[in-house]
Design a protein around this ligand. Structure first.
Ligand code: S3P
Length: 433
């Protein structure tokens, strides 16, 4: 399939100033859409993610019998199927979204009927064995092609498991929990490193009882979910591009309102603070157990220092690593990233693509199997950037381009709309030239 690609020219900026409220978090929107569509009753979600990935989840859930309405104020209303989906005669199209494919697989494995999940070229290259394995241990009938999509599911009643995830993955954890929710007995997922806990919080918000321990979460099925009315917090992984941009300019000032600050997602604030940015968090509140607040960031003449990101921190920051690597040449001491092998199986091989694009801009960078060393104190020049159709690569290098000498051309700029269609407009709004 050939899709038209767009190019964007990013001119250097003098400063970043302004205040923004960002569209709803992608991870939370996926979960609210799936759980709302599966629950009993009508849910309403304000500030739902505007990204194409969450639209894929909504479309899949619609194809499975849920009713979805977009309201005039941008809210999304979902009539749930009360625990029983309708098998679709057509394959369920997950587009570019790994979250959609992996999490819905768990929801469907215990449902009666046959289901096929397909995705675009990038998603069809991503590993799916990680969901087939635990679901098969539960007795599910799932087949893949060489470990990849299409995912074929013959729904069947399952048996509970106690499963330790081999690589930290919130998607896999969620997949198993969604299957466990519909399975008689107690299903437990254990993880060595704690991943984002939106599913745990959302399941509780929809009325499920789950038990959490330090390194595990359990659900005893079967349980029924009940509709909720919720506002989705702003997406901190989208905010990351603006936070990193503001951190690059002494004298900058940016305020991000109603931003999701779930502690399993907010490690970027600590890293930016350690690098030397000034960050203040105001107006903290909880919405359905998700922490939300206003973040103020500024940078001073001292510039950014250095950072080492490895171990648990690398797992927590996995979606923010491309933009951190992209701004690393502008720090004084560089940024070293390790234990981030998972970056190689995201929407693209993000380690290879970050290294290649940094070099295009004239930077020195060393690539490792599980990370990157990007020395600091470098001057970059404008270049042609290949986003590889990966939204986070397109946006990360748009940020790097703000401090480069000369203009940068971002190829495949339309990919930003996978998570953040408003990105380039908002960047123009806050970038002073
Ligand atoms: C996500 C989990 C992460 C992350 C992805 C969204 C989620 O993936 O990279 O963008 O919403 O659960 P993994 O679960 O594969 O680590």
């Amino acid at each position: 399939m050939h899709t038209a690609t767009q190019e964007r020219i990013i001119r250097p900026a003098r400063n970043i100033m302004g205040s923004l409220r960002l569209p709803g978090d992608k991870s939370i929107s996926h979960r609210y859409a799936m759980l709302g569509a599966f629950a009993e009753g009508t849910s309403r979600f304000r500030n739902f993610s505007t990204g194409a990935d969450c639209a894929s989840t909504l479309a899949c859930m619609e194809a499975l019998g849920a009713k979805v309405r977009k309201l005039a104020d941008g809210a999304v209303e979902v009539d749930g199927v009360a625990g029983r989906v309708t098998p679709s005669s057509q394959p369920l199209e997950c587009g570019n979204s790994g979250s959609t494919m992996r999490m819905i697989s768990g929801l469907l494995a215990p449902q009666p009927g046959s289901f096929t999940l397909v995705g675009d070229d990038s998603l069809s290259r991503r590993p799916m064995e990680r969901v087939r394995k635990p679901l098969t241990e539960m007795g599910a009938l799932i087949s893949l092609t060489d470990g990849h999509a299409p995912v074929l599911i013959e729904g069947a009643p399952l048996t509970p498991i106690d499963y330790t995830t081999p690589v930290p993955s919130a998607q896999v954890k969620t997949c198993v929990l969604l299957a466990g929710l519909q399975t008689a007995g107690t299903t437990t997922v254990r993880e060595a490193l704690r991943t984002r806990d939106h599913s745990e919080l959302a399941l509780r918000a929809f009325g499920a009882k789950i038990t959490r321990a330090i390194d595990s979460v359990s659900v005893t099925g079967p349980q029924t979910l009940h509709a909720i009315d919720a506002a989705v917090p702003g997406d901190i992984s989208s905010a990351a591009f603006f936070l990193c941009a503001a951190a690059l300019f002494p004298g900058s000032g940016l305020l991000l309102d109603a931003l999701g600050l779930n502690p399993t997602r907010a490690a970027l604030l600590d890293v930016l603070t350690a690098l030397g940015a000034r960050i203040a968090v105001l107006n903290l509140e909880e919405l359905h157990s998700e922490l939300v607040g206003t973040v103020q960031i500024s940078a001073d003449e001292g510039g950014l220092r250095s950072a080492e990101i490895s171990g648990a921190l690398a797992a927590q920051l996995i979606d923010e690593l491309p933009v951190l690597a992209a701004i690393a040449p502008y720090t004084s001491g560089g940024i070293r990233i390790r234990d981030a092998r998972e970056l190689r199986v995201k929407e693209s091989d993000r380690i290879a693509l970050v290294a290649r694009n940094l070099r295009e801009m004239g930077a020195e960078v060393e690539e490792f199997e599980d990370g990157l060393d990007v020395p600091g104190g470098q001057t970059l020049h404008g270049a042609t950037i290949d986003s590889g159709g990966d939204h986070r690569i397109a946006m990360a290098f748009s940020v790097a381009a703000l401090r480069a000498e000369g203009d940068t051309l971002i190829q495949g700029a339309e990919s930003a709309s996978i998570s953040f269609p408003e990105f380039f407009d908002l960047l123009d709004l806050v970038a002073e030239r």
